[in-house]
Write a new protein. Sequence first.
Length: 262
Amino acid sequence: MGVTVEVISSDAAVKATREAAALRVLEEFGDGLPELRLLAFFDDHDWSEIKSPPPWGLGPENRGFYTAIKKNTFRGNWNWPQCLTDKVFRKTYWAPGDERFFDHLIYLHGTTCDDATGLVMTFSHELQHFAQYGFRRELWAVGRLIPKEIIDSIRLNWPDIPHEREARITAKRVATKLCGADAVKEYVERKIREGNSAMEVEDWQFSLQLDPSIPYDLEAETKRVFKKLEPHRQVLEKALQGLQSDSDYKDIDLSAYFDAAS
């Protein structure tokens, strides 16, 4: 089916500019995206619930996200913006619930789309997660098992988690090509100045120093990180047990990662 791009804006020129930027990013990925039903939704407002603090939202620093849509919802209790609901679901009167047009979603907040470099970096980042889901799903899922509490306890940050680092590498590589190195540097330095937390600032500082031309081995780096996670093996295995009803997790054997790291 390919990727469907939906840009929300009352300004025709703004809409056209954002659509063109999104299509240029997609061209950079070429055939490196899975043939799954993805909606890339560029809002003209911020989805306030998503920007609320955890555990209810993803935090005020959030610029966008990727998610698979299962059972006609995701993250349960979020109230979808109506314009997004109308794009993802089709009302049916002969069956309970709604019929989905898409099984995957990338959402970008309006404030993210206001900056051309921010749009390109964020869209590229989330497209890389979509590619991970399609082509390296187990590595994507294993990385997502690691909770923030464990990341903090071993003094890591989000860029240290391999599937997140790979997404940041892709974001900087694509943005540098499409927007220019100076624009990327200026954008990242501004995000450092505006950072809402020490963790967010550290994250952007990582991006500033990142060399996206260096090859990255997602599988090898995932196994390397698990060496640091050995003290938390029981917690992670318990978390995996609780996800056995999810098809993305049910066939994962964490011993393949812990044993490889030992």
